[in-house]
Design a protein around this ligand. Structure first.
Ligand SMILES: C=C1C[C@]23C[C@H]1CC[C@H]2[C@@]12CCC[C@@](C)(C(=O)O1)[C@H]2[C@@H]3C(=O)O
Ligand SMILES: O=C(O)CCC(=O)C(=O)O
Length: 355
């Protein structure tokens, strides 16, 4: 009987891996990096958090509750619609509705999602928004994410002493820049009860561990927990730390491209989602990438600034590539792969230290 039940649970999960269920001890405590974007010295705090952790929570962001609420309500409505109606907007290749399958190379998660392409300041005409109301809410939300991406990337430039302020922001949200932006709506149903009964200490992986390839990501979630980030100790071992959900805030996540452009000063953080035992998690994430032809290499001013008096300028830790090349390689990779590894000339020091 137990064997049959276990088989049934395994079948329901298909090839979705299980991880240890998070407990309160895994929560990020007082050390969680938080930046008040409206405060004096915010640029310094942004740089500090990106260098130390590769992510931070944003408060005083100025995004209206209605903007978030409208898109989240549309997402909930869409995910609650009949499976056939959702499937009509899939499979995600890469855009559209997807369920359990992530990317093209066999990654699986306990989630369903809608991946939408952005063209300039709004959803791409080619992107299959399931309804006009979802499209309108998404366009309004994308406007808010673009403003936040500009603010944060300008603060990164300012905090690092890079001029002009728009050097990074313009790559992602510059007028007329054919940048590569994506909006993803994720729904993680609760862990199946059968599995919970059989293996109370295990939970299905919602979204497997990965780093984001772009410059920055901006994440919002409802009040259901699940996001974890990998922090490292001095020996290089990592520990998964839960970031408590806060629907009133956003999380900014450093992507691989920003790691390279800052020559490893800022670190893309590995993160994952673990399905919650009881509640659905709904998240919305904006990915800010540059135009395909953008060269991804350390900003010149950082290499010059990194050199001491009379020394030669700091060397790039990476082989050069364009965003288009990196993106192509990303789509050929598995979610959890270290996509920057083939481009490393010099491995960066220990990432994202445990506090
Ligand atoms: C296995 C995958 C799934 C990928 C592509 C490839 C490797 C990296 C994944 C992500 C991670 C960040 C968001 C995303 C939208 C991106 O740009 O790269 C993801 C994309 C997808 O979910 O389709
Ligand atoms: O749902 C989340 O909290 C994170 C989602 C994520 O990492 C992604 O969509 O790439």
């Amino acid at each position: 009987m137990v064997v049959l039940a276990k088989q049934a649970a395994a079948a329901a999960l298909e090839q979705i891996s299980l991880v240890r269920s998070p407990s309160v001890e895994d929560n990020f405590g007082a050390g969680l990096p938080v930046v008040d974007l409206a405060a004096d010295g915010a640029a310094r705090e942004v740089v500090r958090a990106c260098e130390r952790f590769g992510f931070f929570k944003v408060v005083s962001h100025g995004v209206g509750e209605g903007v978030v609420g409208r898109l989240e309500a549309e997402a909930v409505r869409f995910f609650a619609s009949p499976q056939a109606a959702k499937d009509a907007h899939g499979p995600a290749s890469p855009f559209g509705y997807g369920s359990k399958r992530i990317g093209r190379n066999g990654d699986m998660g306990w989630l369903e999602y809608l991946l939408l392409a952005i063209d300039g300041a709004s959803l791409s005409r080619a992107s299959p928004a399931p309804s006009p109301s979802l499209r309108d809410a998404a366009n309004e939300y994308v406007g808010a994410m673009r403003r936040m991406a500009r603010t944060v990337l300008e603060m990164v430039a300012e905090g690092l002493g890079v001029a002009p302020r728009g050097a990074l922001a313009d790559m992602v949200v510059g007028d007329g820049a054919a940048s590569d932006q994506i909006l993803r709506l994720n729904h993680y149903p609760p862990c199946p009860p059968l599995l919970q009964n059989l293996m109370p200490n295990c939970s299905p992986t919602g979204f497997g561990e990965h780093t984001d390839p772009q410059l920055i990501s901006i994440l919002h979630s409802n009040s259901t927990s699940g996001l974890q980030v990998a922090l490292h100790d001095a020996g290089g071992d990592h520990q998964w730390v839960t970031v408590p959900p806060d629907p009133a805030s956003f999380l900014v996540i450093v992507g691989d491209s920003l790691q390279v452009m800052t020559n490893g000063r800022m670190r893309s953080v590995r993160h994952r989602v673990v399905a919650n035992k009881l509640k659905s998690r709904v998240s919305m994430i904006y990915f800010g990438g540059p135009p395909l032809e953008q060269r991804i290499a350390p900003l010149r001013q950082l290499l010059v600034a990194g050199a001491g008096d009379g020394e030669e300028e700091e060397q790039s830790r990476y082989e050069e590539f364009t965003w288009g090349e990196y993106k192509k390689a990303a789509y050929l990779s598995r979610l959890g792969d270290n996509r920057l590894a083939p481009f490393h000339r010099q491995p960066p020091p220990v990432a994202n230290p445990l506090v």
